[in-house]
Design a protein around this ligand. Structure first.
Ligand code: HH2
Length: 266
Protein backbone atom coordinates (compact mmCIF):
# COMPACT_ATOMS: atom_id res chain seq x y z
CA UNK A 1 0.00 0.00 0.00
CA UNK A 2 1.24 3.48 -0.88
CA UNK A 3 1.10 6.55 1.35
CA UNK A 4 -0.03 9.92 -0.02
CA UNK A 5 0.96 12.95 2.06
CA UNK A 6 -1.45 15.91 2.20
CA UNK A 7 -0.19 19.44 1.56
CA UNK A 8 -2.95 22.03 1.86
CA UNK A 9 -1.91 25.46 0.58
CA UNK A 10 -5.04 26.99 2.10
CA UNK A 11 -6.02 29.30 4.96
CA UNK A 12 -9.00 27.18 6.00
CA UNK A 13 -8.40 23.41 5.69
CA UNK A 14 -9.96 21.60 8.60
CA UNK A 15 -6.77 20.28 10.18
CA UNK A 16 -3.87 22.38 8.94
CA UNK A 17 -5.48 25.50 7.44
CA UNK A 18 -3.11 28.46 7.35
CA UNK A 19 0.01 26.55 8.31
CA UNK A 20 1.34 26.17 4.77
CA UNK A 21 -0.33 29.05 2.94
CA UNK A 22 2.97 30.50 1.88
CA UNK A 23 4.62 28.57 -1.00
CA UNK A 24 7.95 28.25 0.81
CA UNK A 25 6.29 26.81 3.93
CA UNK A 26 4.18 24.44 1.82
CA UNK A 27 7.23 23.26 -0.08
CA UNK A 28 9.27 22.71 3.07
CA UNK A 29 6.40 20.72 4.54
CA UNK A 30 6.03 18.65 1.36
CA UNK A 31 9.75 17.89 1.30
CA UNK A 32 9.55 16.80 4.93
CA UNK A 33 6.71 14.41 4.04
CA UNK A 34 8.77 13.00 1.16
CA UNK A 35 11.70 12.47 3.53
CA UNK A 36 9.28 10.70 5.90
CA UNK A 37 8.42 8.24 3.15
CA UNK A 38 5.43 9.63 1.24
CA UNK A 39 4.98 7.89 -2.13
CA UNK A 40 2.80 10.75 -3.42
CA UNK A 41 2.22 14.35 -2.38
CA UNK A 42 -1.33 15.64 -2.85
CA UNK A 43 -1.29 19.42 -3.27
CA UNK A 44 -4.54 21.32 -2.75
CA UNK A 45 -5.36 25.04 -2.88
CA UNK A 46 -9.08 24.93 -2.00
CA UNK A 47 -10.52 23.38 1.13
CA UNK A 48 -13.38 20.93 0.61
CA UNK A 49 -14.34 20.77 4.29
CA UNK A 50 -18.05 21.20 5.00
CA UNK A 51 -19.15 24.80 4.32
CA UNK A 52 -15.74 25.88 2.99
CA UNK A 53 -15.70 29.10 0.94
CA UNK A 54 -15.06 28.60 -2.81
CA UNK A 55 -11.69 29.91 -4.03
CA UNK A 56 -11.36 31.86 -7.33
CA UNK A 57 -9.38 30.05 -10.00
CA UNK A 58 -6.55 32.62 -10.19
CA UNK A 59 -6.02 32.41 -6.44
CA UNK A 60 -6.03 28.60 -6.45
CA UNK A 61 -3.46 28.59 -9.27
CA UNK A 62 -1.31 31.10 -7.39
CA UNK A 63 -1.32 28.83 -4.33
CA UNK A 64 -0.62 25.47 -5.92
CA UNK A 65 1.50 26.00 -9.05
CA UNK A 66 4.82 27.00 -7.43
CA UNK A 67 4.56 24.04 -5.05
CA UNK A 68 3.68 21.55 -7.79
CA UNK A 69 6.44 22.86 -10.04
CA UNK A 70 9.17 22.67 -7.39
CA UNK A 71 8.15 19.19 -6.21
CA UNK A 72 7.94 17.86 -9.75
CA UNK A 73 11.43 19.26 -10.40
CA UNK A 74 12.60 17.24 -7.36
CA UNK A 75 11.16 14.13 -9.07
CA UNK A 76 8.32 13.77 -6.56
CA UNK A 77 5.08 12.08 -7.68
CA UNK A 78 2.57 14.92 -7.29
CA UNK A 79 -1.20 14.73 -7.26
CA UNK A 80 -3.33 17.86 -7.68
CA UNK A 81 -6.40 18.02 -5.44
CA UNK A 82 -8.83 20.30 -7.25
CA UNK A 83 -12.38 20.62 -8.54
CA UNK A 84 -11.40 22.96 -11.41
CA UNK A 85 -10.34 21.68 -14.82
CA UNK A 86 -8.11 24.73 -15.47
CA UNK A 87 -6.24 24.14 -12.22
CA UNK A 88 -5.89 20.43 -12.95
CA UNK A 89 -4.61 21.14 -16.48
CA UNK A 90 -2.10 23.77 -15.32
CA UNK A 91 -0.87 21.55 -12.49
CA UNK A 92 -0.30 18.63 -14.85
CA UNK A 93 1.54 20.98 -17.24
CA UNK A 94 3.69 21.96 -14.23
CA UNK A 95 4.52 18.31 -13.56
CA UNK A 96 1.66 16.74 -11.54
CA UNK A 97 1.01 13.11 -12.49
CA UNK A 98 -2.40 12.57 -10.90
CA UNK A 99 -5.69 14.50 -10.84
CA UNK A 100 -7.52 14.01 -7.53
CA UNK A 101 -11.02 15.32 -7.99
CA UNK A 102 -13.67 15.11 -5.28
CA UNK A 103 -16.35 15.89 -7.88
CA UNK A 104 -15.23 12.99 -10.12
CA UNK A 105 -15.77 15.22 -13.18
CA UNK A 106 -12.22 15.96 -14.36
CA UNK A 107 -11.47 12.75 -16.24
CA UNK A 108 -11.26 14.68 -19.55
CA UNK A 109 -8.23 16.60 -18.23
CA UNK A 110 -6.53 13.38 -17.20
CA UNK A 111 -7.38 11.80 -20.57
CA UNK A 112 -5.98 14.76 -22.49
CA UNK A 113 -2.75 14.90 -20.50
CA UNK A 114 -2.07 11.24 -19.66
CA UNK A 115 -2.29 11.84 -15.91
CA UNK A 116 -3.79 9.31 -13.54
CA UNK A 117 -7.27 10.14 -12.21
CA UNK A 118 -8.92 9.64 -8.83
CA UNK A 119 -12.71 9.49 -8.91
CA UNK A 120 -14.05 10.41 -5.46
CA UNK A 121 -17.61 9.93 -4.30
CA UNK A 122 -19.33 12.97 -2.81
CA UNK A 123 -23.05 13.45 -2.16
CA UNK A 124 -23.96 17.09 -2.85
CA UNK A 125 -21.21 19.71 -2.55
CA UNK A 126 -19.09 20.97 0.32
CA UNK A 127 -21.53 23.82 1.06
CA UNK A 128 -24.36 21.46 2.00
CA UNK A 129 -23.06 17.89 1.93
CA UNK A 130 -23.24 17.28 5.69
CA UNK A 131 -26.76 18.72 6.11
CA UNK A 132 -28.72 15.50 5.74
CA UNK A 133 -26.90 12.81 3.76
CA UNK A 134 -29.17 9.90 2.79
CA UNK A 135 -28.66 6.56 1.09
CA UNK A 136 -30.73 3.39 0.80
CA UNK A 137 -27.60 1.23 0.59
CA UNK A 138 -24.51 3.40 0.94
CA UNK A 139 -21.99 0.71 -0.03
CA UNK A 140 -23.79 -0.36 -3.21
CA UNK A 141 -24.60 3.23 -4.24
CA UNK A 142 -21.04 4.48 -3.74
CA UNK A 143 -19.56 1.45 -5.49
CA UNK A 144 -21.91 1.69 -8.47
CA UNK A 145 -21.29 5.42 -8.83
CA UNK A 146 -17.50 4.98 -8.68
CA UNK A 147 -17.50 2.11 -11.15
CA UNK A 148 -19.60 4.19 -13.58
CA UNK A 149 -17.21 7.16 -13.25
CA UNK A 150 -14.16 4.91 -13.57
CA UNK A 151 -15.54 3.15 -16.66
CA UNK A 152 -16.34 6.50 -18.26
CA UNK A 153 -12.83 7.76 -17.47
CA UNK A 154 -11.25 4.62 -18.94
CA UNK A 155 -13.42 4.88 -22.05
CA UNK A 156 -12.33 8.53 -22.40
CA UNK A 157 -8.70 7.38 -22.46
CA UNK A 158 -7.47 7.90 -18.88
CA UNK A 159 -4.50 5.55 -18.48
CA UNK A 160 -4.85 4.89 -14.73
CA UNK A 161 -8.06 5.27 -12.75
CA UNK A 162 -8.39 5.14 -8.96
CA UNK A 163 -11.57 5.10 -6.89
CA UNK A 164 -12.17 6.67 -3.46
CA UNK A 165 -15.41 6.44 -1.43
CA UNK A 166 -14.91 9.99 -0.11
CA UNK A 167 -15.02 9.49 3.64
CA UNK A 168 -16.86 12.49 5.15
CA UNK A 169 -18.10 13.83 1.80
CA UNK A 170 -21.87 13.80 2.30
CA UNK A 171 -21.84 10.93 4.80
CA UNK A 172 -22.87 10.42 8.40
CA UNK A 173 -20.68 8.51 10.84
CA UNK A 174 -22.77 5.44 10.12
CA UNK A 175 -22.27 5.80 6.35
CA UNK A 176 -18.50 6.22 6.81
CA UNK A 177 -18.34 3.14 9.04
CA UNK A 178 -20.37 1.07 6.57
CA UNK A 179 -17.98 2.05 3.75
CA UNK A 180 -14.92 1.18 5.82
CA UNK A 181 -16.47 -2.07 7.00
CA UNK A 182 -17.18 -3.09 3.39
CA UNK A 183 -14.09 -1.79 1.62
CA UNK A 184 -13.79 -5.24 0.08
CA UNK A 185 -16.75 -4.31 -2.15
CA UNK A 186 -14.66 -1.49 -3.63
CA UNK A 187 -11.46 -3.53 -3.80
CA UNK A 188 -13.39 -6.26 -5.68
CA UNK A 189 -14.10 -3.82 -8.54
CA UNK A 190 -10.47 -4.22 -9.58
CA UNK A 191 -9.76 -0.46 -9.53
CA UNK A 192 -7.05 0.61 -7.07
CA UNK A 193 -8.72 2.07 -3.99
CA UNK A 194 -7.60 5.28 -2.25
CA UNK A 195 -8.91 6.07 1.24
CA UNK A 196 -8.76 9.32 3.19
CA UNK A 197 -9.78 9.10 6.83
CA UNK A 198 -6.86 11.12 8.23
CA UNK A 199 -7.89 13.37 11.14
CA UNK A 200 -11.51 13.51 9.93
CA UNK A 201 -14.53 14.35 12.09
CA UNK A 202 -15.65 10.73 12.37
CA UNK A 203 -12.41 9.96 14.23
CA UNK A 204 -13.06 12.82 16.67
CA UNK A 205 -16.52 11.43 17.37
CA UNK A 206 -15.21 7.90 17.85
CA UNK A 207 -12.40 9.09 20.16
CA UNK A 208 -14.87 10.97 22.35
CA UNK A 209 -17.15 7.93 22.55
CA UNK A 210 -14.24 5.67 23.44
CA UNK A 211 -13.44 7.60 26.61
CA UNK A 212 -14.56 5.89 29.83
CA UNK A 213 -18.28 6.57 30.23
CA UNK A 214 -18.54 7.53 26.54
CA UNK A 215 -18.54 11.22 27.39
CA UNK A 216 -15.09 12.42 26.41
CA UNK A 217 -14.52 15.69 24.57
CA UNK A 218 -13.89 15.61 20.83
CA UNK A 219 -10.14 15.92 20.19
CA UNK A 220 -9.06 18.57 17.66
CA UNK A 221 -7.94 17.27 14.23
CA UNK A 222 -4.21 17.24 15.07
CA UNK A 223 -4.95 14.93 18.03
CA UNK A 224 -6.65 12.20 16.01
CA UNK A 225 -3.53 10.22 15.15
CA UNK A 226 -4.58 6.93 16.72
CA UNK A 227 -7.85 6.77 14.79
CA UNK A 228 -6.07 7.88 11.62
CA UNK A 229 -3.52 5.07 11.93
CA UNK A 230 -6.07 2.46 12.96
CA UNK A 231 -8.30 3.19 9.97
CA UNK A 232 -5.29 3.33 7.61
CA UNK A 233 -4.21 -0.12 8.79
CA UNK A 234 -7.79 -1.34 8.47
CA UNK A 235 -7.82 -0.09 4.87
CA UNK A 236 -4.46 -1.74 4.19
CA UNK A 237 -5.71 -5.10 5.46
CA UNK A 238 -8.85 -4.73 3.36
CA UNK A 239 -6.73 -4.28 0.23
CA UNK A 240 -6.63 -0.51 -0.28
CA UNK A 241 -3.83 0.56 -2.61
CA UNK A 242 -3.18 3.98 -1.02
CA UNK A 243 -4.08 6.06 2.04
CA UNK A 244 -4.19 9.87 2.00
CA UNK A 245 -2.72 11.11 5.29
CA UNK A 246 -1.43 14.16 7.13
CA UNK A 247 0.91 12.16 9.43
CA UNK A 248 3.19 10.48 6.92
CA UNK A 249 5.98 9.18 9.16
CA UNK A 250 3.63 7.40 11.57
CA UNK A 251 1.44 6.07 8.74
CA UNK A 252 4.42 4.76 6.83
CA UNK A 253 5.78 3.02 9.93
CA UNK A 254 2.39 1.44 10.65
CA UNK A 255 2.12 0.35 7.01
CA UNK A 256 5.61 -1.18 7.09
CA UNK A 257 4.93 -3.04 10.34
CA UNK A 258 1.78 -4.58 8.88
CA UNK A 259 3.68 -5.58 5.74
CA UNK A 260 6.33 -7.36 7.81
CA UNK A 261 3.70 -9.40 9.62
CA UNK A 262 1.78 -10.05 6.40
CA UNK A 263 4.94 -11.29 4.67
CA UNK A 264 5.51 -13.71 7.53
CA UNK A 265 1.93 -14.93 7.26
CA UNK A 266 2.21 -15.49 3.50
N1 HH2 B 1 -10.32 14.37 1.70
C1 HH2 B 1 -10.06 15.71 1.71
C2 HH2 B 1 -9.56 16.34 0.57
N2 HH2 B 1 -9.28 15.64 -0.55
N3 HH2 B 1 -9.21 13.60 -1.72
C3 HH2 B 1 -9.44 12.27 -1.75
N4 HH2 B 1 -9.15 11.55 -2.86
N5 HH2 B 1 -9.97 11.60 -0.68
C4 HH2 B 1 -10.28 12.25 0.48
O1 HH2 B 1 -10.77 11.58 1.43
C5 HH2 B 1 -10.05 13.66 0.55
C6 HH2 B 1 -9.51 14.31 -0.59
C7 HH2 B 1 -10.30 16.49 2.95
O2 HH2 B 1 -9.15 16.59 3.74
P1 HH2 B 1 -8.12 17.82 3.79
O3 HH2 B 1 -7.48 18.04 2.47
O4 HH2 B 1 -7.17 17.60 4.91
O5 HH2 B 1 -8.99 19.05 4.20
P2 HH2 B 1 -9.60 20.27 3.40
O6 HH2 B 1 -10.53 19.73 2.37
O7 HH2 B 1 -10.31 21.04 4.49
O8 HH2 B 1 -8.46 21.02 2.78
Amino acid sequence: MQVMGVVNVTPDSFSDGGRYLDAAAALAHARRLVAEGADWIDVGGESTRPRAEPVPEAEELRRVLPVVEALAADGVAVSIDTRKSEVAGAAVAAGARMVNDVTARLAPVAAATGAAFVAVHMQGDPATMQDEPRYDDVVAEVRDYLVARAEAATAAGVPEVWIDPGIGFGKTLDHNLALLAHLDALVATGYPVLIGTSRKAMLGTLAARAEPGGAGSVPPPADRLEGSLATAVWAQLAGAAMVRVHDVAASRRARDAVEVVAARAA
